[in-house]
Ligand binder design. Structure first.
Ligand code: ADP
Ligand code: ZN
Length: 609
């Protein structure tokens, strides 16, 4: 078998520290590296941020020959190669952005053995001359990144990925490695089959992302609410997902007006503008990107500190993938979802517009699952992992709103009776349904045109709810919808009606227990505590180091994370190393980076600490 060799464990962990600066492997990395070094085919399913790239980069350093990495993310290849070069690892890439001479030069370099890793875009594989050229090089193994792109069942099918099987035939003895973060059983089987993996070593990691905190807010969505939330974390960068292009543009300009550096990103912008905006975000020039789901695939920015869903995502799977872009560096990061019951109604209307009944059924099931997630009073993490068939057995995850601030269960029988009977009375007296806002107006004894027009001030329920505020009636109404006492008709202006269960509860005076919303507003809430230990650090030093990092990144024309990740800067600002030896002890500081940047970081620490 080509590439099979024994490498001592000590050599592997030495290289882990020397090149990558890490002291320990992330879960499964060591086992995967072992199988790669043993020359086996490998299939590895690790979540985003799980550290997949190291699984083929490290072996590439320990075996002779070239590791060919197939990656769909052409825009990122340069950054990936820059990151390796910065760490002292010889790597190069070939894609359509290069001139002919440049390509020749790189291939000559590969032939001379000047590089350990070669990144190629899948469209290269369609060129017959390219495979022939590869055959003249000393290729040790192929690593297929984002391997789900080979499957039509995946969410990101790339027809050119199918060409990989031609390589498999041509390079019969060369091991193939497949890496992905997304794989349902069907996609997984498809990858193994399409790549014709031979007796592959299978590694499936946990999908739990312990450093992410999940929250759902029932606060009404508004640019102001979002701005307040962003202002509470002025140093953090992140993504705000919205449901439409117009909303992305609009929200970005609202944020800009409020003094928050933000840009839109969506399929309606021309390619040039899109990549410029993405670039500015990756290079830490803007702090917020307002995006549709088109954004994110291959965002290799490890210090995304939050992902906000301003609009309801279509499915739990999509939600998990999008939130997964936060916190790849392992440092705590936040995921916030704005959710109001009206969102569901809006989605139901979209669903009605779909062509086939089959499509409608799928969309409805996904919406239903998403709604249950948003309404749930149980651990969000457990819920998300259950979706992927993974059990989470801890009682309190310490990293979601329901675990951190459980909403107390309160007996709301009396108020619920008022609300239900008010809905019933309105229907009976007027013969038509109304929206929940009007029902609440009646309960509060408001003086509105509609009330006068329809004579609703004469109802016996008029003004009987003055003991509660409008938002608390809204929250109660949401709970009654969740519990199935009230139905909302999305096709008829979101009019509400009492369900059969609700009517039964009215006559029987069934006790109704609801969950009260937590008393704090988003504005008042500070950063969430996290399940991941991330001790206190000197914030002033951190800021100074971040500025220095940006300076160095700009000098080299690379993204900031290529220099050091946020996790590394925080560790420096915590440990405050005084000497090169102490600096080298920090996870993420390898020998090459120590040599290149060590002195500058040490003096910045000495000056600001
Ligand atoms: P994936 O491709 O699985 O999403 P990456 O390979 O991009 O993940 O790695 C995510 C982040 O984790 C990167 O910043 C990387 O440097 C870091 N990382 C990888 N392995 C380790 C490790 N063993 N210890 C600490 N950080 C690691
Ligand atoms: Zn939880």
């Amino acid at each position: 078998m080509v590439g099979a060799m024994t490498v001592e464990a000590g050599v592997v962990s030495d290289a882990l520290k020397r090149y990558f600066g890490f002291d320990a492997f992330r879960p499964l990395q060591e086992a995967i590296v072992g199988d790669v070094l043993a020359g086996r085919d490998v299939f590895a399913l690790l979540p985003t941020g799980g550290g997949k790239s190291l699984c083929y980069q490290l072996p590439a350093l320990l075996t002779p020959g070239i590791t060919v990495v197939i990656s769909p993310l052409i825009a990122l290849m340069k950054d990936q190669v820059d990151a390796l070069t910065t760490a002292g690892i010889a790597a190069t890439y070939l894609n359509s952005s290069l001139e002919y001479d440049e390509v020749r030069e790189r291939i000559d370099g590969l032939r001379r053995g000047a590089y350990r890793l070669l990144y190629v875009a899948p469209e290269r594989l369609a060129m017959p001359s390219f495979a022939a050229e590869l055959a003249t090089l000393n290729v040790t193994r192929f690593a297929v990144d984002e391997a789900h792109c080979i499957s039509e069942w995946g969410h990101d099918f790339r027809p050119d990925y199918r060409r990989i099987s031609d390589l498999r035939e041509r390079f019969a003895g060369v091991p193939f490695l497949a890496f992905t973060a997304t794989a349902t059983d069907r996609v997984r089987a498809d990858i193994v089959e399409r790549l014709a993996l031979r007796n592959p070593a299978l590694h499936v990691g946990s999908f739990n992302r312990p450093n992410l905190t999940y929250r759902v807010t029932r606060q009404k969505r508004s640019p102001e609410a979002l701005i307040a939330w962003l202002e509470a974390r002025p140093d953090d960068a992140g993504i705000v997902y919205v449901g439409s292009r117009a909303a992305a543009d609009d929200l970005a300009s609202r944020l800009k007006k409020a003094g928050i550096a933000a840009l839109p990103y969506h399929a309606g912008l021309d390619a040039d503008k899109r990549s410029k905006h993405q670039e500015r975000f990756i290079r830490d020039k803007v702090r917020v990107i307002c995006a549709t789901v088109a954004f994110g695939m291959g965002i290799d920015k490890s210090n995304v500190r939050f992902v906000v869903h301003y609009d309801l995502p279509k499915s739990v799977e999509g939600y998990y993938q999008e939130t997964g872009r936060a916190g790849r560096d392992g440092v705590p990061a936040e995921c916030l979802l704005f959710f109001n019951h009206g969102d569901v109604a809006k989605f139901e209307r979209f669903i009605q517009e779909k062509e086939s009944e089959a499509e409608r059924a799928v969309a409805r099931e996904q919406l239903d699952r998403m709604t249950r997630y948003a309404y749930s009073n149980d651990c969000r993490r457990r819920d998300l992992l259950a979706y992927f068939g993974e059990a989470f057995t801890e009682l309190n995850c310490g990293g979601c709103d329901n675990c951190l601030e459980p909403r107390p269960a309160v007996d709301a029988t009396e108020a619920a009776q008022k609300l239900l009977s008010c809905i019933e009375r309105i229907r009976r007296s007027s013969g038509f349904g109304v929206g929940i806002a009007h029902v609440i107006d009646v309960l509060l004894g408001a003086e509105t045109d509609k009330i006068w027009r329809w004579n609703h001030e004469r109802l016996t329920t008029y003004g009987i709810g003055k003991d509660r505020s409008k938002p608390s009636w809204r929250a109660l109404a949401d709970e009654l919808v969740r519990l199935g006492y009230v139905a909302v008709d999305a096709m008829h202006f979101n009019t509400v009606s009492v369900t059969e269960t609700g009517r039964q509860a009215l006559t029987d005076r069934t006790p109704i227990v609801v969950r009260e919303s937590p008393p704090t507003t988003e504005r008042g809430r500070k950063r969430a505590p996290s399940a991941v230990a991330d001790g206190p650090y000197n914030a002033e030093v951190f800021r100074a180091l971040r500025d220095l990092r940006k300076e160095i990144a700009d000098e080299r024309d690379v993204p900031a994370y290529v220099v050091f990740s946020d996790a590394v800067l925080r560790a420096m600002a915590r440990e405050l190393p005084r000497s090169p030896a102490q600096l080298l002890k920090i996870s993420g500081v390898g020998e090459k980076k120590l040599a290149d940047f060590g002195a500058r970081f040490l003096s910045a620490i000495a000056e600001s600490a």
